[in-house]
Design a binder for this molecule. Structure first.
Ligand code: SF4
Ligand code: SF4
Length: 237
């Protein structure tokens, strides 16, 4: 089922990449990716040329405790990992700025006021991660890392620093799997196979997902997490 796709590591790392990789790993990142964002509309990428993805793998011990509903431990873990990602992105962006490259660290979990889509962030982390060759978008609309599946969290730094970008992933690796479609209690996952440029609403209904989390899991993390489509995915289990 899993596709052979270009790994970030297949590309030669220049000095700038290596400095960022070393810093990211020393601060706790599982993986750092580099993407060329020039194919995206300039306002969407805040007029920056490159994305740096900071990826942290979630704890299997915590994810494996999720059964038919999320756990308090998962909710805490989710928030802790977001904080760590934000710290790593901030440290990397400050380092780049000290070297003369203005950069913007996009928070791991932040919604912006968009009247057309209240579930969108200032920049889509998974867009940069796919362009960095780290994985694809699953039927669940989650980012699916080639090894760890959806068991990851992401952050992004937008920059003009001269990094070497990797080749993007352009195909879904979901194959015939539909495990997340069957696992979703909100029937929010449509079941379509992702293609580059596909709008999110062709993959899943973010409003149905959010409504279900708020109604069913209010007693766990105030209805902000679910995780059932994460643990259902065979990739990374
Ligand atoms: S988070 Fe839960 S409700 Fe939302 S799509 Fe995944 S399984 Fe469905
Ligand atoms: S559960 Fe299967 S269909 Fe869903 S994202 Fe994972 S691999 Fe793709």
């Amino acid at each position: 089922m899993k596709k052979e796709v270009n790994h970030n590591h297949d590309r030669p790392q220049n000095q700038c990449n290596q400095t960022i990789i070393n810093l990211g790993h020393s601060l706790g990142a599982t993986e750092i990716g580099f993407s060329d964002l020039s194919g995206l509309p300039a306002p969407k990428r805040m007029h920056f040329a490159y994305g740096i993805t900071v990826l942290i793998k979630l704890s299997d011990g915590i994810l494996n405790q999720i059964g038919t509903e999320p756990t308090q431990t998962y909710f805490s873990h989710y928030r802790s990992v977001n904080r760590l990602i934000d710290d790593i992105c901030l440290r990397i962006s400050l380092t780049l700025e000290a070297q003369g490259y203005p950069s913007v660290a996009i928070p791991a979990s932040q919604s912006v006021t968009d009247p057309e889509d209240q579930f969108t962030g200032a920049f889509q982390h998974k867009t940069a991660a796919v362009l960095a060759g780290l994985g694809w978008i699953g039927r669940s609309a989650l980012f699916i890392h080639q090894t760890h599946g959806p068991r990851v969290r992401l952050g992004t730094i937008l920059t003009n620093a001269p990094v070497n970008a990797a080749a993007p992933v352009t195909e879904s690796g979901c194959g015939s799997c539909r495990a997340c479609v069957s696992a979703c209690p909100a029937l929010a996952i449509e079941g379509a196979l992702w293609k580059p440029g596909m709008p999110r609403n062709q993959l899943y209904d973010a409003y149905a997902c959010s409504r279900h989390m708020k109604e069913a899991f209010q007693h766990i993390g105030r209805g902000a997490v679910c995780g059932l489509c994460v643990v259902a995915c065979p990739i990374g289990q």
